[in-house]
Design a protein around this ligand. Structure first.
Ligand SMILES: NC(=O)c1ccc[n+]([C@@H]2O[C@H](COP(=O)([O-])OP(=O)(O)OC[C@H]3O[C@@H](n4cnc5c(N)ncnc54)[C@H](O)[C@@H]3O)[C@@H](O)[C@H]2O)c1
Length: 286
């Protein structure tokens, strides 16, 4: 996507972190914005900031784990702007916890926010883009955790590997269908955002405060781990520029931390050489 002025962006996760900085950059580039997030007060703050930049916008509080909420948000976007040119699926959460500890409801929660929400939006918005017969673009925010795995957060890896696979496979289908829609998948390493505040975005249907897991040492350690890795991550200031440059250059994989590239090669090498995951390699890194 070479030009952005007057084009319509549908953005999930717009209230905090990556979504917030992407919204501001899109506003500066003259885009019309549909801002979606579960955190209503923070969403309205983002809305006020894009308004100060002069962007036409619609802020829609919605829980992307629900297909009906996603569909309603898309209906509202189409009623307001009549088109969607760029879809950025950014909403996400992180839930540390080993498979024998993390409650099943948390698995369902993370797979719905990080993966199924991308299915819900693409399922509806791809046909809209195809019908428009103008150039469209879709960017799924996955993670380096969708290309590499580490100990301690299998649910996050499962959700992000799924997002990468979903994006790659959809890219083939769009090409086969002759659709004028470019696909992108973003796979960042740790970046300083609000991601360690995931618990504040837990929808009611995934809540059970009585479950002893949420009072356990395993849970508290997971929270501390998430806070430590995110607050020690890369500053967020270059993220929006990276996203828009990748869109302009039609780059499929958007990577932010080149220091992980040897580990990606190492994983592929292990796969084709009958190797196996080795925790000692990761111990040196985490
Ligand atoms: N920060 C990192 O180190 C990092 C690294 C790789 C990938 N990512 C990915 O980047 C994306 C953005 O995360 P971030 O780091 O900016 O975190 P963040 O917490 O700052 O932003 C995530 C946003 O998603 C929203 N959200 C959460 N659940 C939702 C729901 N059910 N419905 C609607 N909105 C919901 C939150 O309210 C928040 O505004 C995520 O997909 C995350 O997995 C982050």
């Amino acid at each position: 996507m070479k030009t952005f002025k007057s084009k319509v962006l549908f953005l999930t996760g717009a209230a905090h972190g990556f979504g917030h900085v992407i919204a501001l950059e899109a506003a500066k580039r003259g885009m019309k914005l549909v801002l979606v997030d579960i955190d209503e007060p923070a969403l309205h703050q983002t809305q006020q900031e894009v308004e100060r930049l002069g962007a036409e916008n619609l802020a829609i509080p919605a829980d992307v784990t629900k297909e009906s909420s996603v569909n309603e948000a898309i209906d509202q976007a189409m009623a307001a702007f009549k088109r969607i040119d760029l879809l950025i699926n950014d909403a996400g959460i992180a839930l540390p916890g080993r498979i024998w500890e993390l409650p099943t409801r948390d698995w369902e929660w993370i797979l719905h926010v990080n993966t199924m929400s991308q299915v819900y939006t693409m399922k509806r918005i791809i046909p809209i883009m195809m019908k428009q017969k103008t150039h469209g673009a879709i960017l799924n925010v996955a993670s380096i955790a969708g290309l590499l795995d580490t100990p301690g957060m299998p649910s996050y890896h499962a959700s992000k590997f799924a997002s990468v696979g979903l994006s790659e496979a959809t890219a083939y289908d769009l090409q086969r269908a002759g659709a004028d829609i470019e696909m992108h998948v973003m796979c960042p390493g740790f970046v300083q955002t609000d991601l360690y505040h995931t618990e504040e975005h837990r929808p009611k249907q995934y809540s059970d405060p009585e479950d002893p897991y949420y009072h356990s040492e395993a849970f508290l350690k997971g929270q501390q781990f998430a806070k430590a890795v995110i607050t020690n991550g890369m500053p967020i200031d270059t993220i929006a520029a990276t996203v828009f440059k990748a869109l302009e250059d039609n780059e499929f994989y958007i990577l932010t931390h080149p220091e992980y590239n040897p580990l990606i090669s190492d994983r592929v090498h292990r796969i084709v050489n009958h190797g196996a995951p080795d925790v000692h390699v990761m111990d040196g890194l985490m």
